[in-house]
Design a protein around this ligand. Structure first.
Ligand SMILES: Nc1nc2c(ncn2[C@@H]2O[C@H](COP(=O)(O)OP(=O)(O)OP(=O)(O)O)[C@@H](O)[C@H]2O)c(=O)[nH]1
Ligand SMILES: [Mg+2]
Ligand SMILES: [Zn+2]
Length: 348
């Protein structure tokens, strides 16, 4: 096969002539370079010029009409290609490849890009595509769990139509917790189990829950999400020994992680399936979720939607005869989850 770089654009991208194309899955990417797995082999790829045109460069001023590249790193933010994407590639004579087409996605997880100022235009940032489940990772301690953030992840998963699994790590650190703190942690855990979310308690130190986690990951493509320092990469190393991915100490004083993992990357698992490790995200905004839809993404609220006095017009806030608020008052919906709903509604 001849080098593809010289082919006219029309031939590269129209997708009508598939004879020479191969299909693969994107495992890794870094500033316009991709690693695509084709039949078990990893191929270094670039993207065709037509796809390259779909890169959106953040501008010096978000309202500027003439986009200028501010920092190359930002390309990742609006890269049209996501980890987990099924792509069509054309092999070049040097053994590398050119991504010419992104196949339709069965699902994808995204968040808004951070904006330089409040109210500025945000872009959709793809985190991963075509995944079987989202693993929301939280530490029992160091850093302190933020349950409102967990609710955010779960709402994102629900709106993306992707099943979520909750993984509470660092259970070994609860050994010295007071009985009251421990009981409080367990009752919060129970709240999520009651809703129906599978929840696994793990420790990468003691090995607790690792077999259970492996069983949940086996044969599936999963994406780990969670704040820096909660132990995502440690879980990956435990599930796939020998990988030896770098992990980082948590700051003792602040309990904050050090953003050790810098890139999104997917790893094949020897038990079958694949696991996507992500950098700890400082912020996790909701993308494309409106106020009116929000209650749909709280599974325990779904049954009450349409039952309120004001029907589908109810915002489930202060309205009289609200079925959801009533369910909170009668103990059928956890007050803390309802608070999360109200807090997210303000920002949606
Ligand atoms: N005690 C205890 N420490 C853990 C456990 N899992 C991870 N750690 C420690 O937590 C720190 C952070 O772990 P990482 O795996 O790097 O965390 P991460 O979520 O990948 O962090 P980022 O890559 O920054 O997003 C390291 O010092 C780990 O040794 C655990 O189960 N118990
Ligand atoms: Mg990490
Ligand atoms: Zn209502």
């Amino acid at each position: 096969m001849t080098a593809s770089h010289n082919l006219p654009d029309s031939l590269k991208d129209d997708g009508t002539s598939t004879a020479e194309y191969q299909e693969g899955v994107v495992y890794r990417k870094n500033i316009g370079n991709y690693v695509v797995c084709v039949d078990g082999h990893f191929v270094a790829c670039e993207m065709s010029s037509r796809l390259r045109k779909r890169l959106i460069y953040p501008t010096a001023s978000p309202h500027s009409l003439r986009p200028v590249v501010r920092q190359v790193k930002a390309i990742e933010h609006t890269d049209p290609i996501a980890i987990g994407d099924h792509v069509r590639i054309l092999r070049t004579s040097d053994g590398s490849g050119l991504i010419v087409q992104i196949m339709p996605r069965r699902n994808w997880l995204s968040r808004p890009t951070a904006t330089p100022m409040p109210g500025a235009h945000a872009f959709e940032q793809l985190i991963a595509a075509n995944v079987d489940q989202i693993v929301a990772v939280f530490a029992a301690a160091r850093p302190t769990p933020k349950w409102g953030l967990l609710d955010r992840y779960l709402v994102s998963a629900e709106s993306a139509g992707i099943p979520a699994l909750i993984c509470l790590t660092k259970l070994d650190l609860t050994q010295n917790a007071s009985p009251k703190d421990y009981a409080e942690l367990m009752s919060l855990i129970e709240e999520y189990r009651q809703i129906g979310y599978p929840l696994i308690l793990t420790s990468s130190i003691s090995g607790q829950g690792v077999d259970e986690l492996k069983a949940a990951l086996k044969g599936r493509t999963s994406v780990l999400i969670g704040k820096s320092g909660v132990g995502k990469t440690s879980l990956l190393n435990t599930v796939q020994p020998g990988l030896g991915m770098r992990i980082g100490e948590v700051n003792r004083a602040t309990g904050k992680g050090r953003h050790t993992t810098a890139h999104l990357e997917m790893f094949p698992l020897s038990i079958g399936g694949a696991l996507i490790d992500t950098p700890g995200m400082r912020e996790f905004g909701l993308w494309g979720i409106g106020n009116d839809d929000l209650a749909l993404y709280f599974p325990e609220m779904r049954a009450y939607i349409g039952q309120c006095k004001f029907g589908l017009d109810c915002q489930h806030d202060e309205e009289p005869g609200c079925a959801i608020r009533n369910a909170v008052l009668t103990g059928r919906i956890a007050p803390r989850r309802y608070q999360s709903y109200l807090a997210l509604k303000i920002n949606a």
